[in-house]
Design a protein around this ligand. Structure first.
Ligand code: HEM
Length: 395
């Protein structure tokens, strides 16, 4: 048996398989992924903590399937993401991370809560009277997309354009696509880069109170123009997709477990337990920089390694009875769905704030929320992310 993204079980419920790997083959060579997979909590954590032997350099550009024609079309942008913070090692990482962190201070993040609450109320004002909606499409995305856009400094009129384009470049660079589709996506991507470029130029001339202005002000001192464009493009994705995916997974779980609405005092821990049991991120890729000996297996230098946070979050040595949802599990927040170590998600506090606020508002406004009769539930097929394209609900 192997990981197989074309199969539904791979994303929906790989836990029997992962448990067997943890017990029998803790260093598993996946032919399908072309990578070694670490599945035990302690090993995943140790590898995240050892950036010297487990390098992030180039680890994000996992789709190496771009055709010659697509590469030619992309030109100098073919190596996009090569200077993105999650895709580099120290000392570049240390410098980039310092710059990005300036925008994610606890104060800056806390200041976004009220706006996010309003954005959720706005959506519910629109749909509440209908009694039925696609939770993912019509409720979960809009508040995060709008909040991220405001944080970055994208004008409201451009939000739709940005959202469409972000999805496209994600497909182009992070999941294999047929050649014709690659070219289409490449054109969209170039249009998008051009847009971000113009935003940076506009903020250089006329700074505002937003992420783009702050990063632009560091060009020449701490950051290059290209690094700023990659940061902005990618953080737009971080905010647009991961949080709504996690929210969709969480609402599905809570409804199935009969835990709706979540009492306000239990929301914070419920968010952690939902992340643990149905994480929106499944793991991170690294490259071994030297031969690594582990549990009797040698991972040769240069090989790709998947740190399976999904498996770690279901490791029974850390989380007793891991397939059971325990809303007040004392160590639920020990999951590594936000990563661990020097690349630990810089948006984690913002992600948590959004998840908590959304569950709070939704619980208060739609206490009778339930899955729609006969609604089918199918996850998107992906190696690194878990999310539902659609979730029909009623109230
Ligand atoms: C529930 C939502 C989210 C999940 C599950 C998530 C997950 C992750 C993970 C697993 C990593 C580590 C990657 C690695 O080690 O290779 C990461 C890093 C990162 N995340 Fe998030 N993230 C979320 C939300 C966000 C948000 C809202 C933002 C920004 C607005 C963001 C921005 C970033 C950035 C910039 C990094 C790179 C940090 C570095 O390399 O130092 N994330 N995220």
């Amino acid at each position: 048996m192997d990981f197989d993204v074309t199969q539904d079980w791979h994303v929906a419920s790989p836990y029997d398989f992962l448990r067997r790997l943890r017990h029998e083959r803790p260093v598993f060579r996946s032919e399908h992924l072309g990578a070694y997979v670490l599945t035990r909590y302690a090993d995943v954590r140790a590898a995240y903590g050892d950036a010297r032997r487990f390098s992030s350099k180039g680890s994000l550009t996992i789709s190496r399937s771009l055709t010659e024609e697509t590469r030619a079309r992309l030109g100098e942008h073919g190596s996009f993401l090569s200077s993105f913070v999650a895709n580099v090692d120290p000392p570049d990482h240390t410098r980039l991370r310092r710059s990005v962190s300036r925008a994610f201070t606890p104060r800056a993040v806390a200041a976004l809560e009220r706006r996010f609450r309003e954005l959720n109320e706005d959506v519910l004002d629109r749909v509440a009277g209908r009694g039925r909606a696609d939770f993912v499409e019509e409720i979960a995305h809009e508040p995060s997309v709008k909040l991220t856009a405001a944080f970055i400094g994208v004008p409201a009129a451009d939000e739709e354009f940005v959202q469409r384009r972000v999805k496209e470049w994600f497909q182009l660079f992070l999941s294999p696509q047929p050649p014709g589709r690659q070219l289409e996506l490449a054109d969209g991507f170039l249009t998008y880069l051009d847009y971000v470029d113009r935003l940076v130029v506009a903020r250089a001339k006329d700074p505002q109170d937003d992420f783009t202005s702050l990063m632009t002000s560091l060009i020449g001192e701490e950051l290059s123009h290209r690094e700023v464009v990659e940061l902005i493009s990618t953080i737009l994705l971080g905010g647009n997709d991961t949080v709504p995916n996690q929210l969709g997974n969480s609402v599905l779980r809570l409804l199935r477990e009969g835990q709706w609405p979540v009492p306000p005092e239990r929301v914070a821990n419920a968010v952690e337990e939902c992340m643990r049991i149905d994480g929106a991120a499944l793991g991170s890729f690294r490259f071994a920089t030297t031969d690594v000996e582990l549990h009797g297996v040698t991972i040769p230098a240069g090989e790709l390694v998947l740190l399976s946070t999904d498996s770690a979050a279901h490791d029974e040595t850390v989380f007793p009875d891991p397939e059971r949802f325990v809303i007040d599990r004392p160590n639920a927040d020990a999951h590594m769905v936000f990563g661990y170590g020097i690349h630990f998600c810089v948006g984690a506090a913002l992600g948590r704030l959004q998840l908590r606020t959304a569950l709070d508002v939704l619980g208060a406004r739609l206490p009778g929320l339930r899955l729609a009769e006969g609604a089918s539930v199918a996850y998107r097929r992906s190696i690194v992310g878990r999310g539902l394209p659609s979730l029909m609900v009623e109230w």
